[in-house]
Design a protein around this ligand. Structure first.
Ligand code: FPP
Length: 268
């Protein structure tokens, strides 16, 4: 059951009046704590809960997707503050193509808008952010593909930060496509089967992205859902019940602190 908008807005207003000053103090303390330890180099995000958040506000799913898109820009700023150099966002899975046509159309419009906004965003060149998309891009509408090409071209030579969107993406598809490419090289005699190692597989995935040190999934689900299966074997996982559009700076700080408290031995 969703509450009327007016009641939700009033509750949010009251919550802010009471909790904002407390939150400010908490944020300052968390920031100090986090700056004193090492941060993840690369983060993966499974942005989940857009539709549930929209429904909570009595709105259609794309209301949540719109706020979810805008959250990405905010998140980028937060990562920059802690010099997190790699960010991979799971924006649309291969399985998401089975959603209603009307919702897919709205998501595609938002994606085009999102990439067009990034292409003209001064942050991209000022901070040296390289934007890339991994996934079966050919399945996307031509207009979205064009916007992706534009932002990828504009940012190709940037080398301070890496921002990667996984779209029309399935981790298993990625591995299957890599296997096909490797098998073709073996068949043509360019590659010896005995020479195939982890690096060979990594080099044939959609793109060379750093293995995420930390993967955050919002909305309370606790699984990876085909997100970066090859690259996530040593990732620390952080699950939060907050829906992606409602994810706040303090949630981000809590995720970083949880990461820093882990004992990362990686088999040692
Ligand atoms: C997951 O929540 C969200 C999606 C499947 C779509 C997200 C896409 C965007 C926000 C567009 C972003 C694009 C750019 C370029 C910034 P959900 O719909 O699965 O929500 P639910 O878990 O409540 O069902």
């Amino acid at each position: 059951m969703s509450l009327p908008r007016q009641i939700l807005d009033t509750l949010e207003h009251v919550r802010r009046r009471v909790s904002d000053p407390v939150e400010k103090i908490l944020i300052e303390r968390l920031e100090r704590e986090i700056h004193a330890h090492s941060c993840p180099r690369s983060i993966g995000i499974i942005m989940d809960g857009n539709r549930r958040w929209a429904s909570l506000h009595g709105e259609k799913p794309w209301f949540g997707h719109r706020f979810g898109k805008d959250k990405v820009r905010e998140f980028l700023e937060w990562c920059k503050r802690f010099k997190i150099q790699g960010l991979v966002l799971y924006a649309f899975s291969a399985e998401n193509f089975s959603r209603p046509r009307s919702e897919i159309n709205e998501i595609m419009k938002l994606m085009k808008q999102g990439f067009d906004e990034l292409a003209t965003d001064p942050l991209i060149s000022r901070e040296g952010i390289r934007v890339r998309v991994i996934g079966r891009k050919k399945l996307l509408p031509e207009k979205v593909q064009q916007s992706i090409r534009t932002v990828e071209d504009i940012s190709r030579d940037n080398d301070a930060y890496d921002l990667t969107f996984a779209i029309a993406y399935g981790g298993r598809d990625d591995i299957v496509d890599a296997c096909r490419a490797i098998a073709a090289k073996v068949r043509s005699g360019k590659l010896e089967p005995s020479a195939i190692d982890e690096e060979t597989v990594s080099n044939h995935l959609y793109a060379a992205i750093d293995d995420p040190d930390l993967i955050i999934r919002t909305s309370g689900e606790q699984r990876l859902s085909n997100f970066l299966p090859w690259q996530s074997v040593y990732s620390e996982l952080h699950f939060t019940s907050t829906f992606w559009p409602a994810f706040r700076y303090i949630d981000f700080l809590r995720a970083l602190r949880a990461y820093q408290r882990r004992d990362r031995r990686i088999g040692r």
